[in-house]
Design a protein around this ligand. Structure first.
Ligand code: GUN
Length: 284
């Protein structure tokens, strides 16, 4: 049976460390790091993610603002708010929750965020720096996945075959790039890939981010592989589940992440870490 990698436990440790660093700033009567989250509309999953981020800030003593805007907000209004946050010296991190309403151009919005406050790592400047392995903000979910691999002793991925299912800008593409930066041999599969199973079966590390409940079964997985499940879905019984059939794949994998308590908590912990990184860069 596979070892379960509890992201929730690793995230707890990361948050404990961040909390101590913030307590120290408090004791020294310094300005405290601040994250501002902007949510446009009431996309149900987004509302729940944003609440999770707010709670996590609270837990570690980080300042935070949540700006809730109606779905009818115009692109210009949002751009104006972003501009104010860019120039506010008390704000270290700006996160605009995705997806945005259809009348907004995601690219225009993400371009408008000051790259120095882009704690999501979605600005093209930061994406480019990640590609070139220059210091930057790494996107939270990919960064959290790499941290989980490090936690099980997989730091140098030389000689390892990594397969990523999904090619989104938020997860698939950046996680593939980070795995490559760590010397893995990387294959990306997506909806147009033929015979996906023959490719996933070769993977020493399999990262799944496709948004299809329990898609990956045990016959997709190489015995002993590390399986990282990024999916958050509801099944027919409205039960939370990942993109990987956990019970089934656990029988063959070496390591597996659960849903919930897997990648999700790591994403939030990395967001907090990036915000403290921004604070430290801006204060020095
Ligand atoms: N929507 C789903 N995941 C994310 C994320 O990591 N950041 C933002 N801004 N929106 C998201």
């Amino acid at each position: 049976m596979a070892n379960v990698i509890y992201g929730s436990d690793i995230a707890k440790q990361v948050k404990k460390d961040l909390r101590l660093r913030i307590m120290k700033l408090k004791n020294e009567q310094k300005r405290l790091p601040k994250l501002v989250v902007v949510l446009v509309g009431e996309h149900p999953a987004s509302v729940s993610y944003v609440k999770g981020k707010e709670k996590a800030c609270h837990e570690i003593g980080m300042e935070n603002d949540l700006i809730l805007l109606p779905a009818t907000t115009s692109e210009d209004e949002l751009l104006q708010i972003i501009h104010q946050l860019n120039t506010d010296t008390k704000v270290d991190g700006i996160l605009v929750q995705l997806p945005l309403p259809a009348h907004m151009d995601e690219h225009v919005i993400l371009h408008a965020i000051d790259p120095k406050k882009d704690v999501d790592g979605f600005h093209p400047v930061n994406v480019g720096k990640m590609l070139l392995q220059e210091p930057t903000f790494l996107s939270c979910t990919p960064k959290g996945i790499i941290r989980m691999l490090e936690e099980i002793g997989m730091t140098d991925l030389s000689g390892k075959q990594a397969v990523v299912l999904g090619r989104s800008n938020i997860v698939g593409k950046p996680v593939a790039q980070l795995l490559l930066n760590h010397n893995a041999t990387v294959t990306i599969c997506h909806s147009k890939t033929e015979d996906i199973k023959s490719i996933t079966k070769r993977a020493d590390i399999l990262v799944v981010s496709v948004g299809k409940a329990r898609l990956v079964k045990r016959d997709w997985v190489k015995p002993g592989a590390v399986v990282i499940d990024v999916g958050i879905n509801r099944d027919d019984q409205n039960k939370l589940c990942g993109d990987v059939d956990f019970a089934n794949v656990s029988e063959v994998a070496g390591y597996i992440t659960p849903v919930p308590k897997g990648v999700g908590p790591m994403t939030i912990a990395m967001l907090l870490e990036n915000t403290l990184q921004s604070y430290e860069q801006r204060e020095h």
